[in-house]
Design a protein around this ligand. Structure first.
Ligand SMILES: Nc1ncnc2c1ncn2[C@@H]1O[C@H](COP(=O)(O)OP(=O)(O)OP(=O)(O)O)[C@@H](O)[C@H]1O
Ligand SMILES: [Mg+2]
Length: 263
């Protein structure tokens, strides 16, 4: 299980971005983390995966615990080896390498010899990747690249995968396909997922539990089904009002004053 206790993150010794975040991801659970731009979602994932240091950020208070051990002072390599893999925002890949070479990079932390078997597993999950195995990854479509970076994370044989905005810029059908695959990985392998998403509908659709973050605080959390029915979540993160119609951005802005959790 992953647990964050009152985590504060500060950048450049001055900018306090996470202001006491507590949350957990249980074994075999899919958790979604929702929130507006700049809320601190990516920072939360970086605090877990240990890559804040490269950006002059640090966990200045609180703790991140993984299977009972404190990990927020550990190196990113040690954290990956302990079973947490991160898929970064923006589908970063080694553009000049082929799809298969990219997937193999994900296995670098492993000492066992089951890499071939897991490569086949990734191709089973994403058959498209198999047909593209020898293609230069830089030419793959956005959806194919997203599949590849998720596949690459799976090659580390993780117990928990951190996914940062997998749906960004993808067509609805591809988003559905990717989320359904995440769901089946979770069901088959009992892998946990922490998914940061703007697409609340897609994320809550497969999640067991959800957290809503605003301005460095968790302002709301609950069972995914319950959150999907929450009026504020529906308005601010699904673009739906009480009557189920889509609201215009201007209306949403206007309604912002009504957020119950700020009252
Ligand atoms: N390396 C950094 N140095 C200084 N400030 C940073 C750094 N990275 C992020 N921030 C600031 O921290 C805040 C939270 O950023 P973060 O990327 O965690 O938000 P987010 O919720 O992921 O937003 P988005 O939905 O736009 O991706 C923002 O105000 C951002 O400007
Ligand atoms: Mg982000």
């Amino acid at each position: 299980m992953l647990a964050l206790y009152n985590v504060e993150v500060i950048y450049n010794n001055v900018i306090l971005v996470l202001k006491g975040v507590s949350m957990e991801v249980r074994d075999a659970q899919i958790v979604s983390l929702l929130g507006a731009n700049g809320a601190g979602k990516t920072t939360t994932l970086k605090a877990i995966s240990g890559i804040l240091g490269t950006e002059l950020g640090e966990v200045s208070d609180g703790s991140v615990e993984w299977n009972g051990a404190r990990i927020h002072r550990k190196s990113p390599e040690d954290i990956v080896s302990s079973g947490i893999a991160q898929v970064m925002e923006g589908r970063r890949s080694f553009q000049h390498l082929t799809t298969e070479e990219n997937l193999k990079v994900g296995a670098y932390v492993r000492s066992d010899r089951a890499v071939k078997r897991d490569l086949d597993k990734v191709y089973d999950l994403f058959p498209k990747l198999k047909t593209l195995r020898n293609h230069t990854s830089g030419y793959l479509s956005g959806g194919e690249q997203q599949m590849m970076v998720i596949g690459r994370a799976l090659m580390a044989n993780p117990q928990l995968v951190l996914l940062d905005e997998p749906s960004l810029g993808l067509a609805p059908l591809i988003v559905t396909e990717i989320f359904q695959t995440v769901k089946s990985i979770n069901e088959q392998e009992k892998t946990s997922f922490l998914i940061v998403e703007q697409n609340a509908r897609a994320a809550l659709g497969i999640a067991h539990y959800g957290f809503v973050m605003e301005n460095g605080h968790i302002v709301l959390d609950g069972e995914a089904e319950k959150l999907s029915g929450n009026e504020d979540v529906r308005e601010f993160y699904m673009g739906l009002g009480d009557l189920g119609q889509r609201k215009s951005y201007r209306e949403v802005k206007h309604y912002k004053r009504r957020k119950r959790w700020l009252a």
